[in-house]
Design a protein around this ligand. Structure first.
Ligand code: FAD
Length: 462
């Protein structure tokens, strides 16, 4: 424990991604009334993509974004930044929730990623994007069957995947706890998420989108043919509103009936030396997920730091405020997992530690809630898998808002809602028990395993 505390001692409790001199200045906050064709609440990836897509389709459309803080300061400036093609939290999850629509979801995922990359390339967004693939590592021999199943599914759907035994996995990334791995080698990788959000903000502004920062929505009025978004010093009247507020319960109180807002923790190391890097291998620089029940993920940055994340916490009434995670003790357990995973990096220090909000649903994937007679749509619920899927969520959300029809919009993912989640205090009690069980199930089993199995049967795929 002393070694962990020493490694964390000088860490800044702020996201590494946002702690960057390239961060743009703030836009003005909204003062007075204004009208728009489309109002978007929330300036993360979902809101930014919605604005860009709306303008790309119809440059004459007047689009306004209001953002409570600064663009990219929500989840979008805080993730691991692992890039994936799937729009349903991975092929395995897509098969779990919508097995009959798998082919369509695969097609939509590929089209989404192509569009994502095209905008980045066309507008010269420098977001340190590396197409290194994503790798799932098994941290116990008993998890190898799970990898085998995923591998076979991915193969059947034409993915460029390889299954690695213990020795091969170690050659890709050395850790005494890795028993094997599945490496999906194409159409996935790593990105600097804040640079991406700032690049998308620049694109949106260049297309004529009006962005108001430091402008939280405080209420909504339904005026019949329009909605009015109320803020502290202004109002936006629009016939169509997209609520892109992720884990925040803004927009409508019912949003939280389908979403549990959890906070996930991340730590970043100092840049590794060449010698420290050599202790790891990792020359192919994949984004990595492990198979722990309380999942960890890790990746390198362009200056060879390690980003290591994955210890979720739930706070009463879906409290999403990352300011609550500004005590260094919050990160000690995560740092412990880091050294357990990479004991050869015993001399590495952490420079940053932070948390971010995750909009967890039983589906583990985006859904769309219709409000105010269809004039308002909430698009969210990515459940920690939204770096590319947010473009898809924005796209489908806009299509629904614009009353479009077509075979894709008839699929279940667009029409149906994830299961209902009980309100407080049952939510808090259930979440606390689950978090406690998750933390210890891999080592201790017992009642924890029974509880996790029960939650799993209720619909949360833990
Ligand atoms: C720690 C962590 C790790 C993750 N790792 C990965 C990963 O490796 N790969 C991956 O694919 N995904 C990952 N994700 C998920 C991904 O980051 C999110 O799914 C994605 O950023 C969500 O974007 P968003 O625009 O929907 O939400 P956000 O970026 O959170 O944006 C919502 C915005 O709404 C604003 N807002 C809220 N309420 C109001 C209001 N009343 N008025 C105005 N504005 C409001 C907020 O300020 C915020 O900026 C991770 C998430 C976290 C937190």
């Amino acid at each position: 424990m002393i070694a962990i505390r020493r490694a964390l001692a000088d860490a800044t409790l702020y996201p590494f991604w946002l702690d960057n001199k390239l961060a743009p200045g703030s836009e003005m906050h909204l003062v007075g009334p204004t009208d728009a064709d489309l109002a978007i609440v929330g300036g993360g990836f979902t809101g930014l993509w919605a604005a860009i897509l709306a303008k790309q389709e119809n440059p004459g459309r007047d689009v306004v974004i209001i953002e409570a803080g600064k663009v990219g300061h929500g989840a979008s400036g805080r993730p691991g930044g692992i890039v994936s093609t799937s729009v349903m939290h991975g092929l395995y999850n897509a098969n779990r929730i919508f097995p009959n629509d798998l082919a369509a979801l695969e097609r939509l995922g590929k089209a989404n990623l192509d569009g994502w990359q095209k905008t980045i390339d066309e507008h010269g967004i420098d977001a340190d994007l590396e197409w290194t693939g994503e790798m799932t590592v098994a941290v116990a021999k008993s998890h190898l069957q799970e990898l085998q199943d995923e591998y076979e599914l991915a193969k059947r759907h034409g993915h460029n995947v390889v299954l690695l035994d213990r020795e091969q996995a170690q050659a890709e990334l050395a850790s005494p706890i890795f028993e094997g791995a599945m490496w999906s080698r194409e159409r996935s990788g790593i990105v600097h998420p804040a640079k991406l959000a700032w690049g998308l903000k620049r694109v949106a502004l260049s297309l004529g989108v009006r962005i108001y920062e430091h402008t939280p929505m405080t209420g909504v009025e339904d005026n019949g043919s329009t909605l009015t978004i109320i803020t502290h010093d202004g109002r936006v009247k629009a016939p169509k509103v997209l609520f892109a507020t992720n884990a925040w319960n803004a927009g409508h109180k019912k949003i939280k009936s389908r979403i549990v807002a959890v906070r996930d923790r991340v730590i970043a190391t100092e840049p590794l030396t060449e010698e420290q890097l050599a202790r790891l291998g990792w020359k192919n620089r994949q984004g990595v997920y492990d198979t722990r029940t309380q999942l960890n993920y890790t990746r390198l940055t362009s200056d060879n730091r390690i980003i290591f994340g994955g210890r979720v916490g739930y706070f009463f009434n879906n409290n999403t405020d990352p300011a609550q995670d500004r005590q260094i003790e919050t990160y000690e357990r995560l740092a412990g997992y880091f050294f357990n995973t990479f004991p050869q990096l015993h001399d590495v220090k952490f420079t940053h530690a932070w948390s971010g909000p995750i909009d967890l649903t039983m589906r583990l994937a985006v859904h769309f809630q219709r409000y105010y007679g269809g004039k308002g749509i909430y698009a969210g619920g990515y459940s920690g898998f939204g770096v590319t899927t947010t473009r898809f969520g924005a796209n489908i959300g806009l299509d629904i808002l614009d009353g479009k029809t077509g075979p894709d919009l008839d699929l279940d993912f667009a029409r149906t809602l994830p299961n209902w989640i009980p309100p407080e205090p049952f939510r808090w009690i259930g979440a606390k028990l689950t978090m406690y069980a998750l933390d210890e199930v891999d080592q201790k089993g017992g009642w924890r395993k029974l509880w996790i199995n029960m939650v799993h049967r209720m619909g949360f795929p833990l």
